[in-house]
Design a protein around this ligand. Structure first.
Ligand code: GDP
Length: 440
């Protein structure tokens, strides 16, 4: 017998309206008790007074009744729309607890929706991502996943493999030499075709994962080149320490930017140079470590000394870099180009060139993140299971005996089933639901 849970679904604090959600078998009885009236019609907002123990009036608001199974969790659910004041919320919560309802754990409502087959695991993840989305492109991707785009794709592959498995299992009782003509070839053909589609989905440059996590961009350059000033200018707010003394940005400072809908995680780093100072050397080590994992590098070159460029800076230039010549206001003469590279001249001081830099950054971000309307994998978990499936299919194709082929097929469908949560996923559930806050 399932418990009945409740939680504040809106953020804590003061607000015009706060919503308390209730889910479980006692939801209807509790609504009757707290309103001292019969249930309102399903899924229609009804004006109600809410009463506490000994019939004291707690608040005046709206009640919604969602009888299961046509509810978010699949269970009977209630929503109380009350005024968003801490004392009101506390009084209503207390009165619900007094009726035996339990405070929901983070993600408990969504967990029940999953357990009742309302959402598959990819849809659960899509919902978590949707709530976490900070930019437009992230919102679109999360919504597509929550609506089941990726889950349906995975289920279609799984359906194809299950069909092949059914055929091969039907044939297993035949002696090897009496197998129906073309059966094994047909099964191999299905495995091969699905394997090719999965390989294509895996070959996606990690677009979905990158979009979900934000593009990692690191600012590199010599001390005093103007990295912190550039970061500040880009942020238009003070996030890094700007100082005349070389080598003050010793750690990595991060900034989240929304570049035309694409999320960018910009990190300022310690200036690249040899130093006797232990802390500074550690800063440089972290800067290089960070740069080695970054999707893009903004390499800041000091315009005051251009065309001289320190070796440590030059060594970082590669296909992932955007070269920025800062302090353009101090350029001694006309801009000297750098053979084979595009140089964007900016001045962190007076703001010139910053819009060109942002445009270049946005273009690179779009190139790395945009995925059109195709369903995409958004997590390492998806990638690992698809990779597992692809390899298992390849093994199955290379195997002659039908029993062994059938076993590989079974493993391949299982790998796909783990993505949507059809099979043995207990171990990943906690990780996935931990991402949710209370009331979701
Ligand atoms: P970092 O060590 O690379 O982070 O460099 P900072 O941002 O601390 O800047 C070093 C010095 O250069 C500071 O005195 C800044 O005011 C100055 N600076 C930074 N950008 C510009 C610029 O575009 N023009 C001029 N004239 N000075 C700048």
């Amino acid at each position: 017998m399932s418990t009945t849970i409740f939680a504040l679904a809106t953020p804590a604090g003061r607000s015009g309206v706060a919503i308390i959600r209730i889910s479980g078998p006692a939801a209807g009885d509790v609504l009757r008790a707290i309103t001292q009236r019969d249930l309102p019609p399903p899924r229609v907002a009804a004006r109600r007074k809410f009463f506490g123990p000994s019939e004291i009036l707690l608040d005046d608001g709206l009640a919604l009744w969602f009888p299961g199974p046509a509810s978010f969790t699949g269970e009977d659910m209630v929503e109380l729309h009350i005024h968003g004041g801490p004392a009101i919320i506390a009084a209503v919560a207390e009165s619900l607890a007094a009726q035996g309802l339990q405070h929901a754990e983070p993600g408990a409502f969504t967990r029940r929706a999953f357990d009742n087959g309302k959402l598959d695991l990819t849809e659960v993840e899509g919902l978590a991502d949707l709530i976490a989305a900070e930019t437009e492109a992230q919102r679109r991707q999360a919504l597509r996943q929550m609506e089941g785009a990726f889950g349906r794709q995975v289920e279609a592959w799984r359906g194809g493999l299950l069909g092949a498995l059914a055929r091969i299992e039907a044939a297993i009782d035949f002696p090897e030499e009496d197998l129906p003509a073309g059966l094994v070839e047909g099964v191999d053909e299905a495995m091969r075709a699905i394997g090719v589609e999965i390989a294509a989905a895996l070959d996606d440059d990690h677009r979905g994962e990158r979009l979900r996590e934000g593009l990692s961009v690191v600012i590199l350059g010599a001390p005093n080149a103007g990295k912190s000033s550039l970061m500040n200018a880009l942020a238009r707010r003070d996030v890094a320490i700007v100082s005349d003394e070389a080598g003050t940005t010793r750690d990595v400072i991060e900034l989240h930017l929304d570049l035309g809908g694409y999320p960018v995680l910009l990190a300022d780093t310690a200036g690249l140079r040899e130093s006797g100072n232990k802390i500074e050397t550690e800063g440089v080590r972290r800067a290089l470590e960070r740069a080695s994992h970054a999707d893009l590098k903004i390499i800041v070159i000091d315009g005051a000394v251009w065309p001289v460029m320190p070796d440590a800076t030059r060594a970082q230039i590669d296909a992932q870099s955007i070269l920025v010549l800062n302090k353009a206001d101090l350029l001694p003469g006309p801009l000297q180009a750098l053979a084979g590279h595009q140089l964007i001249a900016v001045s962190a001081l007076n703001g010139s060139g910053l819009s060109e830099l942002l445009a270049a950054l946005k273009e690179r971000a779009a190139g790395l993140l945009a995925s059109g309307d195709q369903p995409v994998l958004t997590r390492l978990r998806h990638r690992e299971s698809l990779e597992d499936c692809r390899q298992t299919l390849a093994r199955g194709l290379a195997i002659g005996p039908v029993e062994l082929k059938a076993e590989e097929l079974r493993l391949a469908t299982r790998a796909l089933g783990r993505i949507t949560g059809r099979v043995d996923v207990e171990d990943v559930l906690d990780v996935i639901f931990r991402e949710f806050c209370i009331g979701k």
